[in-house]
Design a protein around this ligand. Structure first.
Ligand code: MV4
Length: 458
């Protein structure tokens, strides 16, 4: 096993990775920016190195500097966490060239899954159901019209490099498609430097259900059930749970087996997630593959009892998985609520100094924290300050614990989305499992600032 690793991240995920390293006797190297001198991950790590100015381009995205620090400190591997450099092909390649293990899949797979067109093509070849549509880049608007007319409206025009809802539009007629085409292409080019687009049939009112997989270099691959992440606001996940209340035993197994088939066809290694759209009839379609540890991974850990970070480290240093599918248990029900430093009425980030941060404690409550009392939340990074993870013997108990914990969460000095989380947790539609991607829009009072209707994409 590695004796020392560098964590190329910050916030709760850096702290989360350091915690597992310490239970495994692995020494940890943190990196930090000038804005993160007091951050918890710096305090927790055995060593910490300043990488640069607050802005991510000068700190947490400074690949050369990070690799230099890894070499200097004697770290044998780098864990990239999520976001930042976690799905950066060039970084994974640079690590390889420097003789440092990148804790994740190969650069080739990261690149391939980073293109929505390429990943669709790969999945079609593997026999995985994909949303009806095309798996090659459109030449021009005339081709788009031709394809959409055959498929039937509504369709979704999507950028191959898209993400976060950018470069994606629902179109309900030829007229709308013609109107959307150029603007969507321009946005994709501006944001991602790649204007390639394709079309898919639009799936109405879907659920977002993703399968966690683990795969070692010897071809052993298992699925760790699903996470349902349908409760999102503007493509930002708010509450996730495992298992999904929507799936039956048969669909759950089928989706897991398909995810394993997908991973094996790619010769995937390490932890990964296959995202599916699930329609009202429980048909499921591949959406994209995430080649990193995800924010919501704790709900999977809670129901399986498996430490995903530990598995990532063991796989990366060449150990066999040591698990077969029948070893993966599914016990209880877990939920995660993401706590953001944001104004609950405007949804703008709310930086500031935290003057009170009291977390609720009790049976079935787990915290993943990026902050503590006295810390200043700066405007430079993702505004997520904490994750509240709860577990119960069943979904009802998990919801009760979520409600109870949110009621006792006490934060002052910054504004948070806790009021919105309380509204979700207490909502009858949430209890009844009406957890589609339209939940926030359909059921919450607090969806848009000042009651304004949503704009642009979606
Ligand atoms: C879709 C879709 C309906 N039909 N594709 C949103 C994020 C991006 N990765 C894919 N997304 C969607 N793709 C087809 N063919 C609906 C969404 C979608 C969505 C998906 C998952 C979670 C929340 C969502 C919110 C709005 C739209």
């Amino acid at each position: 096993m590695f004796t020392k690793i560098l964590i190329a991240n910050r916030g709760e995920i850096a702290a989360r990775i350091i915690r597992t390293c310490h239970t495994m006797g692995i020494s940890t190297v943190a990196i930090y920016s000038e804005a993160d001198m007091e951050a918890p991950h710096v305090q927790m790590a055995d060593e910490a190195y300043l990488v640069g100015a607050p802005r991510v381009n000068e700190s947490y995205l400074n690949m050369d500097k990070i690799i230099e620090i890894a070499k200097e400190s004697g770290a044998q591997a780098i864990h990239p966490g999520y976001g930042l450099l976690s799905e950066n092909t060039a970084f994974a390649r640079s690590c390889e060239e420097a003789g440092i293990v990148f804790i994740g899949p190969s650069p080739e797979i990261i690149a391939r899954m980073g293109s929505k067109i390429e990943s669709r093509k790969a999945m079609e070849e593997a026999g995985v159901p994909v949303v009806p549509g095309i798996s090659y880049p459109l030449e021009d608007v005339e081709e788009a019209v031709k394809v959409a007319n055959v498929m039937g409206y509504p369709v979704m025009l999507k950028a191959s490099a898209g993400g976060g809802g950018i470069g994606m539009q629902v179109v309900r007629s030829e007229k709308e498609l013609r109107k959307a085409y150029v603007g969507n292409q321009k946005r994709a080019t501006d944001f991602f430097g790649d204007g390639a687009m394709y079309v898919e049939k639009y799936v109405e009112n879907p659920r977002h259900i993703e399968i966690q997989i683990l795969a070692d270099r010897y071809g052993n691959t298992v699925y760790l059930w699903e996470r349902e992440c349908s409760i999102q606001r503007r493509h930002q996940k708010v509450v996730e749970e495992a298992p999904s209340s929507f799936l039956d035993e048969h669909t759950r197994r089928k989706m897991g087996e398909v995810a394993v088939k997908a991973a094996q066809s790619l010769r995937y290694q390490n932890a990964g997630t296959i995202e599916f759209l699930v329609d009202e009839e429980k048909n499921f379609y591949f959406l994209e593959m995430n080649t990193r540890l995800q924010v919501e991974h704790p709900v999977t850990e809670e129901i399986t009892g498996i430490d995903l970070v530990e598995k990532q480290l063991r796989i990366a240093c060449g150990e066999p998985l040591g698990l077969v599918q029948s070893d993966i248990k599914l016990e209880g029900h877990a939920m995660e609520a993401r706590i953001y430093a944001e104004d609950p009425t405007t949804f703008f980030p709310s930086p500031g100094t935290i003057t009170k941060f009291v977390t609720p404690e009790g049976a079935g409550i787990r915290h993943e924290l990026a902050v503590h009392e006295g810390l200043t939340v700066t405007p430079f990074y993702d505004p997520m300050v904490a994750k509240l993870v709860v577990k119960g013997r069943n979904r009802k108990e998990a919801i009760d614990r979520l409600k109870g914990a949110l009621a006792n969460y006490w934060v002052e000095g910054i504004k948070t989305n806790i009021p919105m989380l309380r509204e979700v947790a207490a909502h009858p539609a949430f209890f009844s499992g009406d957890t589609t991607t339209s939940f926030v829009e359909k059921h919450l009072k607090t969806t848009e600032p000042n009651g304004l209707k949503k704009e642009t994409f979606e």
